[in-house]
Write a protein that binds this ligand. Structure first.
Ligand code: ACO
Length: 342
């Protein structure tokens, strides 16, 4: 008889740097205010790394937290999937650096999905587990953004949004008679969704340095103009985020024959409190079911989902048996969702 495997979330861990930077701190560097930032985004403070710390260091610490919680040794991992938009090096990616720091020999792949990276990594890991190829997979999302934002009036529309941090998850294989569905109470990942719209690629991006066709990786002129900083059309991002997050949730609900009220907990990417509130309202999901911690950490891109998940688990808001929906949208444009019986 054919063996059937499903993925269960064994643990979720996180790490954020100790240094807290409040909205008030930012007012000393640019014309902004606590009210402007909080009213438009929900953010009150974020964490920034100290000098000498690398993205892979944050990822390593979050990985250790997740591994300790699941009581799995790094040597027993079959695969590491890392996701970041702020890697230590242009190449190689942070996956191999985290593997080395964990002293293990599991293959380590990097997956570029920006703010949707963690949902895409969960989808990828779930496919490997369902195929029977791997049994224990570590997923890490880690970001240092404080070094690629501009603390001046020119960069204020972007720099007030982002923070540094990392989150990690251990997914384990379980042999089952029937795959988890929304109705059979079997624990594990039930459904995944991934989406992209490359026509939005330049609406939120760091375009230089790169191989976009210019003769140089980055010119002296581009360096002095700080062309390596992110560009963003905030209104376009906002509009597309609400649309795609709502569509993703609706698709997942419809194809699993669920009503919004069947979902116990929504864990959205933490980009903006207003984006997530707008989506929850359109879906008709009660406010208390939607997890938020953007107030404390800002937008930590690929790390935001596991950081939010880790805190929700530690606070007892996500418990065994609950039906959990993750949602993410970001640069690309990219979006994703996972439906999990926790
Ligand atoms: N402090 C004070 N004023 C500011 C700041 C700031 N930090 N940034 C911009 N402003 C000013 C602008 O210069 C503008 O001034 P003007 O009217 O004199 O020209 C005014 O505020 C309004 O600017 P808008 O950009 O139109 O402000 P908006 O209301 O759209 O809010 C924001 C900007 C918060 C970025 C919003 O568009 C947004 O949240 N968009 C989503 C972006 C996002 O979440 N990106 C994260 C990455 S992608 C992801 O993770 C999903």
């Amino acid at each position: 008889m054919k063996q059937i495997f499903c993925s269960t979330v064994s643990s979720v861990g996180m790490y954020v740097p100790e240094k807290i930077v409040t909205n008030e701190d930012l007012t000393k560097l640019m014309d902004t205010s606590d009210e402007w930032i909080e009213e438009r985004t929900g953010i009150k403070e974020r964490r920034f790394v100290e000098s000498g710390v690398a993205t892979s260091d944050l990822g390593h610490k979050a990985a250790i937290d997740a591994l300790n919680k699941s009581r799995i040794k790094s040597q027993d991992l079959d695969l590491i999937i890392a996701t970041t938009l702020s890697p230590d090096f242009y190449f190689p990616g942070i996956g191999v650096l985290i593997q080395n720091k964990l002293s293990c020999d599991a293959p380590a792949i990097d997956l570029r999905g920006q703010c949707s990276g963690f949902t895409w990594a969960m989808t990828t890991a779930d496919s490997f587990i369902r195929s029977g190829q791997y049994k224990k997979i570590l997923i890490v999302g880690a970001e240092i953004q404080s070094r690629v934002i501009e603390f001046s009036n020119r960069g204020r529309n972007v720099s007030v949004l982002f923070g540094d941090g990392a989150g990690a998850m251990v997914l384990q294989s379980r042999e089952v008679e029937h795959l988890p569905t929304a109705t059979n109470n079997e624990r594990g990942i039930i459904d995944n969704l991934m989406g992209s719209d490359g026509s939005g690629a330049e609406i939120l991006a760091i375009k230089r340095p790169g191989m976009s066709g210019e003769d140089e990786f980055i010119t002296t002129e581009e360096t002095s103009e700080k062309a390596y900083l992110p560009i963003m059309d905030g209104r376009q991002v906002f509009k597309n985020a609400v649309r795609r997050l709502f569509e993703s949730a609706t698709t997942i609900l419809e194809r699993n024959k669920l009503k919004a009220s069947d979902i116990d907990v929504v864990i959205p990417h933490q980009a903006n409190l207003r984006i997530n509130s707008a989506v929850a309202e359109k879906l008709g999901i009660e406010k208390h079911k939607v997890m938020h911690n953007i107030q404390k950490y800002g937008n930590t891109t690929s790390a935001s989902l596991p950081i939010c998940m880790s805190e929700a688990c530690d606070e007892g808001k996500v418990k065994k048996g609950m039906l959990v929906l993750t949602l993410a949208f970001g640069s690309g444009f990219s979006w994703g969702a996972n439906l999990i019986r926790w």
